[in-house]
Design a protein around this ligand. Structure first.
Ligand code: SF4
Ligand code: SF4
Length: 282
């Protein structure tokens, strides 16, 4: 039974949970608090959330983003993300909640799947570039689920809620945020780099057009079978997009530039060096 004297700032219990940590919880239709957790939320949508939701709703990425999301800049990393836009009613309800439950339940965002757990990667102050997975517990007064006596480990809860594919597919996105943070927030990305990040994270339609309808393939060496796959497989396209971002912005060895592009870059760098050396007083 929840101790009512136990209150936490913004409902977050000050304790790290790992895969083996235990907690008691149950949530099902018919509970007095059913769907009370589905309003006034700030849900950051992950790349795979957006894929699943826009396909469920049979929308293009542009349509989905325009109707259901609002953009936000994460305060510490200054990275742009899409958040789920609440409805303009008294409760600021989620657009998908009804008295019967979630209308997109099978494709609900990963944050909803994890609840009452939260992913540390989503709490900016918690992001640590250690590679260790950990979670936090959100204990909100309206949620009666903690009064149940069903016990879970974090691993069991993750499996029950089907979060594994989300975590696997979103891995590069989370890594990107960790990498950005580990550079410190002085090392701000340019507007153009942030736009690239937002396109890959939230809009596979645009990413596909960018790859196939710009000079992208004149610059990068991409194998034919990879090209064929990313034409039709959105998850592969998303992963490819993050490989490109990591190569283009952080110098990761994931995508290869074509020889003539490399040569041109080298020549440019040599020219810049020569100009620097020729400057008086240097
Ligand atoms: S997406 Fe579904 S589960 Fe998540 S807040 Fe909205 S109604 Fe609730
Ligand atoms: S038990 Fe908690 S998570 Fe489940 S419906 Fe009630 S408030 Fe929402």
């Amino acid at each position: 039974m929840k101790d009512p004297s136990q209150t936490y700032e913004d409902g977050i219990e000050p304790r790290k949970y790992t895969a083996d940590s235990r907690f008691t919880f149950a949530c099902h239709k018919g509970m007095e608090c059913y769907t009370h957790c589905c309003s006034d939320l700030n849900i950051i949508l992950t790349p795979y959330d957006i894929l699943r939701m826009k396909n469920r709703l049979e929308l293009t990425c542009d349509q989905f983003l325009a109707i259901y999301t609002k953009p936000e800049l994460l305060s510490r990393t200054r990275l742009p993300v899409a958040t789920l836009k609440m409805v303009d009613d008294d409760k600021k309800s989620c657009p998908f909640v009804t008295p019967e439950g979630c209308t997109i339940y099978e494709d609900r965002p990963v944050t909803c799947r994890y609840y009452p757990l939260g992913m540390a990667a989503f709490r900016e102050q918690e992001i640590q570039p250690t590679g260790e997975d950990f979670y936090f517990m959100v204990r909100e007064s309206h949620c009666l689920g903690f009064e149940a006596d069903k016990e879970w480990t974090v691993s069991e809860w993750r499996e029950d809620q089907g979060v594994a594919p989300y975590d696997e597919i979103n891995k590069a996105w989370v890594e990107f945020m960790l990498k950005k943070k580990s550079f410190g927030f002085q090392a701000d990305l340019s507007e153009e780099s942030r736009a690239m990040f937002f396109m890959v994270s939230s809009n596979v339609d645009r990413l596909r057009r960018f790859i196939f309808e710009s000079s992208f393939l004149d610059k990068y060496d991409v194998e034919t079978d990879v090209l064929e796959q990313i034409k039709t497989d959105e998850v592969a396209l998303l992963k490819f997009g993050f490989d490109w971002l990591q190569s283009a912005l952080f110098g990761a060895d994931k995508l290869n530039l074509k020889d003539h592009v490399l040569k041109a870059y080298e020549e440019k760098a040599q020219e810049a060096e020569a100009m620097k050396a020729a400057k008086p007083g240097k």
